[in-house]
Design a protein around this ligand. Structure first.
Ligand code: SF4
Length: 653
């Protein structure tokens, strides 16, 4: 058994008992990470179980490639019933840094939390030794203070995951906070705290074995060379605030065993040594004081991500929330006194700290905000609800990488419980070098010809590259989803894989077989096994979501505004171009999705998946082919109870 450690730790917090679950009982069909966790969730979390019930599970699961020598192999999936989902339902997140690797080095493929302790505890895993300890001294502390205390008690190399006051007070958007400033959304900080568990601390001394260690090293060197792509560290300069001149990327801060470039950088703000630290991507920019015309020190902008982490509130939720509150204030819908928040000082440090505290401790209006924006829509003034940004979604924000611009995304969005789905990065990231070339053909970028070659190799056809029509998009969406699910199940990083293009001697087109080669080198299994894993895992998540109320076909459509409102500007307020015929640029302004063409594309997609056109569920022969016969009865029951209604709905469309 190479890649896997062979056992999963189940902790029953109600009884204080520990159990070893043999990994391969699940991994043979569901691989690891998100795939394995989804199967455990299917078996163990009942539909009627609420997110904060002791019966919910919080599942931390590595993959066979986590910490096994692959570049970008730092990841684990975190899954469970999310209190942030609306209605509450299955969701997942991804965690990198050092915690996932340490879990494997301690000899475990994952940790499943179950039950609820009768007092605050924290879990300590040191190789085979597992214990629950009193956490009275940690409870009530912020996430960063907890980190300091853990390091003091367990050494600087102890890896941890914890949550701050928002988690303890069951704020639905509370995040998990982990070593190396990793965070996980979906409200899983509150789920962990609902079990009266403040933290998990891990130390390990083992190493995952590989089938062909020399080949793993070779592939790691090859990946390092191949991953010579546009640096995501420059994103703030070109994509977000337009204030990139204030942000300087100093150097990469790597996760375990990774030497690749991504947006996990040490940034310096305003050329100030006091404002130098690890930041990443969207979270770095969620609080933009200059937009609000404040004479605020730039340090507030620099500290904003750290403050959110410390209280443990997700920045994907905070960004649209602040935008909305400010809009309400400006339009006279809410006043400072009415909400007990200094809205008139939005953009200041005082406002941010007051807001974070009010939400985390559920004070005043903060108690309502702690329920998440989607849940309060009907509990606030209608004129306030009318000002909700279009991007508000239960988890994350819709329209980040818009389906109206990229038709392939119109199929990717509806199948995921969180927005925007990670799968959209495959096209999105590729748009960066394509855009670079469009703006300056003499600079290193991606020509339309190479873009088409990538479309053929990764998405199934050159047609898939052209976002002005619907042809080839069903296959492209299926391919992208399968690759995304595999990546999350293998333990690989989204910032790295797939490597579609390269400015190295191997480029400009990347290597579509890279993940398969690494999988074989580490596990010894043929890469051809991966297709079956991907289909099984995708179907497993489909069944979970349908069991929990996902309606077919209506919930397989992206939000209605995509069909009715013309696309104007990106969420960053900029115009967008998309690849059109021959991968040449086309202005996306004014785009809407066509409902009839979308329906045809959706049914083509059902067909590719081996799903029944009316029920949208896997056909018996599909389940049989995938070795998922044990789910036959469950699928039959789902089909019987709602199939006829779905047929009617199908006809209406
Ligand atoms: S690419 Fe970045 S986020 Fe991904 S594993 Fe490497 S250092 Fe971590």
């Amino acid at each position: 058994m190479n890649g896997w450690m062979g056992k999963i730790l189940r902790v029953d917090l109600t009884t204080g008992e520990f159990e070893k679950i043999p990994t391969m009982d699940y991994a043979e069909k569901y691989l690891g990470g998100r795939g394995l966790a989804s199967r455990l969730y299917w078996e163990q979390v009942k539909t009627e179980t609420a997110a904060f019930d002791p019966g919910n599970r919080l599942i931390f699961m590595t993959g066979p490639l986590t910490a096994a020598g692959a570049q970008g192999g730092s990841r684990m999936s975190v899954s469970g019933k999310s209190p942030m989902a609306y209605p509450e339902g299955y969701c997942y997140g991804s965690l990198g840094g050092f915690f996932p690797a340490e879990v494997k080095m301690a000899g475990w493929d994952g940790i499943v939390l179950d039950g609820r302790a009768d007092r605050p505890l924290f879990l300590v895993v040191e190789d085979e030794s597992v214990s629950l300890k009193d956490a009275a001294h940690l409870w009530g502390k912020t996430a960063c203070s907890t980190e300091d205390m853990i390091k003091k008690e367990h050494g600087h190399k102890a890896r941890f995951v914890t949550t701050g006051p928002a988690g303890e007070n069951l704020v639905r958007t509370a995040t998990l906070y982990a070593s190396h400033k990793g965070t996980v959304t979906a409200g899983f900080g509150a789920v962990m705290a609902s079990k009266n568990l403040k933290a998990i601390v891990v130390r390990g001394t083992a190493r995952p074995a590989a089938a062909y260690p020399e080949r793993v090293k070779e592939l790691a060197a090859y990946t390092r060379e191949l991953k010579n792509t546009v640096s995501l560290a420059i994103l703030p300069k070109i994509g977000m605030t337009g204030h990139g001149h204030l942000v300087e990327a100093l150097g990469q801060r790597h996760c375990y065993q990774c030497a690749l470039t991504c947006s996990k950088y040490v940034y310096r703000i305003g050329r100030n040594r006091d404002m130098t630290g690890l930041r990443g991507c969207q979270s770095m920019e969620y609080y933009l004081p200059w937009i609000y015309g404040q004479n605020e020190e730039i340090k507030t902008f620099f500290d904003a991500p750290e403050l959110a982490n410390d209280y443990s509130i997700g920045t994907f939720e905070l960004g649209p929330m602040i935008e909305w509150l400010w809009d309400c204030y400006q339009k006279g819908v809410y006043t400072d006194d009415e909400l007990g928040l200094p809205l008139s000082n939005t953009g200041s440090r005082g406002f941010l700290e007051r807001l974070l505290r009010a939400i985390s401790f559920r004070e005043g209006f903060g108690d309502l905000l702690a329920e998440g924006m989607v849940r309060i829509r009907n509990r606030i003034k209608p004129e306030a609800a009318a000002l909700f940004p279009r991007s508000v979604a239960p988890i994350g924000s819709t329209d980040g990488v818009p389906p109206r611009v990229y038709i392939t995304h119109a199929l990717i969005y509806p199948f995921e419980p969180r927005m925007h789905p990670i799968g959209v990065h495959e096209i999105d990231y590729l748009g960066i070098p394509w855009n670079v070339y469009q703006q300056d053909p003499s600079s290193p970028g991606l020509t339309p010809e190479h873009y088409l070659e990538i479309a053929r190799k990764w998405w199934g056809s050159e047609e898939a590259a052209d976002q002005t029509h619907y042809r080839g998009k069903a296959t492209a969406a299926r391919n992208i989803q399968n690759r995304t699910y595999l990546r999350d199940s293998l333990g690989l990083c989204d910032f790295v894989y797939p490597i579609t293009y390269s400015f190295s001697r191997f480029g400009p087109v990347g290597d579509p077989d890279l993940e398969g080669k690494i999988f074989t080198a580490i596990t010894g299994q043929p890469a051809s096994d991966l297709d079956g894993y991907a289909e099984r895992i995708f179907n497993m998540q489909r069944l979970i979501r349908v069991r929990e109320g996902h309606q077919i076909p209506e919930d397989d459509y992206p939000p209605d505004f995509n069909f009715t409102e013309k696309f104007e500007l990106s969420i960053h307020g900029t115009a967008m171009t998309m690849p059109g015929p021959e991968a040449r640029p086309v202005d996306a302004t004014g785009r809407v999705l066509d409902r009839n063409r979308f329906a045809e594309m959706l049914w083509e997609y059902y067909n590719l998946r081996g799903w029944n056109r009316c029920t949208g569920l896997p056909k018996p022969e599909t389940l049989r082919k995938l070795g998922m016969d044990d789910l036959m009865d469950a699928v039959a029951t789902m089909s019987e109870s709602t199939g006829a209604i779905r047929e009617d709905k199908g006809r209406q469309r």
